[in-house]
Design a protein around this ligand. Structure first.
Ligand code: MG
Length: 259
């Protein structure tokens, strides 16, 4: 099942994507039930599929990306947060900040796990029952600020730095791992498989849930493969996750603020 959030006739609706349109669901992901309303496919515009209370992210989780950054594999999952204000939806634009703030904004294609129920202190075995589904994400990162700052917050948190979507696929099995890829302007930039994670998805969710309560709709970014590279205005980015689909977004340069 593909869960979408759409704009339709001035409303925001959550539902199931069908060939002919969208069937509205109330209560997703905790207790989904059809409301009986349906909308034609050409009447809706896809939005980010969830509105997370937080985006939990894991850094340094693919060996090729660790190597290109010059790091060592971390003994425990390397946990950070992105703010909900960084989320954008399918076909939206990442806004590259003015160049005096950062000149090295990079893409990071990631398998994004969506939480389905309130979860705290999960064991590895309990993780699978807490997941609503999987979507695609770009953990957009100001690489120069990541190197310069003592923490990750500024590098990871600009508005628009978290494209997610186009939907949440609820029937994909994460346990064997999924391939993830990134094309920029049609050229393959990143390719990886989540079976090669330093800390696997069960480990990440169990670890994060010892720290904070995971809420329905929260998003967990599982790390990026190697091949991250700098984005430029006009770039078209396509993130693919096996069994889910592809997320596309554009890139524009922010105007210089005027007084
Ligand atoms: Mg990342």
């Amino acid at each position: 099942m593909r869960i979408v959030r759409v704009a339709v006739a001035g409303e925001t609706v959550v539902g199931r994507l069908l060939d002919e349109g969208v069937e509205e669901l109330a209560g997703w992901p905790v207790a989904p039930r059809p409301t009986g309303r349906r909308f034609a496919r050409d009447a809706v515009r896809l939005l980010a599929p969830v509105v997370p209370s937080k985006i939990v992210a894991i850094g340094r989780n693919y060996l090729a990306h660790i190597a290109e950054m010059g790091y060592e594999p971390p003994p425990e999952p390397s946990l950070f947060l992105k703010p909900p204000s960084s989320v954008i939806g399918p076909d939206d634009d990442v806004v590259l900040p003015p160049r005096d703030l950062t000149a090295e904004v990079q893409h990071e294609a990631e398998v994004a796990v969506v939480i389905g129920r309130r979860a705290r202190h999960l064991t590895r075995d309990e993780v699978w029952g807490a997941i609503a589904g999987v979507t695609c994400a770009d953990d957009v990162t100001a690489r120069d600020l990541q190197r310069r700052d003592p923490g990750l917050t500024r590098a990871k948190s600009f508005d628009t730095f978290c494209p997610i979507g186009p939907w949440v696929e609820t029937e994909v099995d994460l346990r064997g791992g999924l391939s993830v890829s990134c094309h920029v302007n049609g050229e393959l930039r990143q390719q990886g498989h989540s079976s090669g994670l330093v800390h696997d998805i069960a480990a990440i969710l169990a670890f994060a849930s010892q720290v904070m309560t995971l809420e329905p709709g929260d998003v967990v970014l599982t790390g990026s493969p190697g091949g991250t590279a700098t984005l430029h205005p006009g770039d078209r980015v396509r993130i693919g996750v096996e069994g889910v689909g592809t997320l596309e977004h554009g890139c524009v340069r922010a105007p210089v603020p005027t007084a």
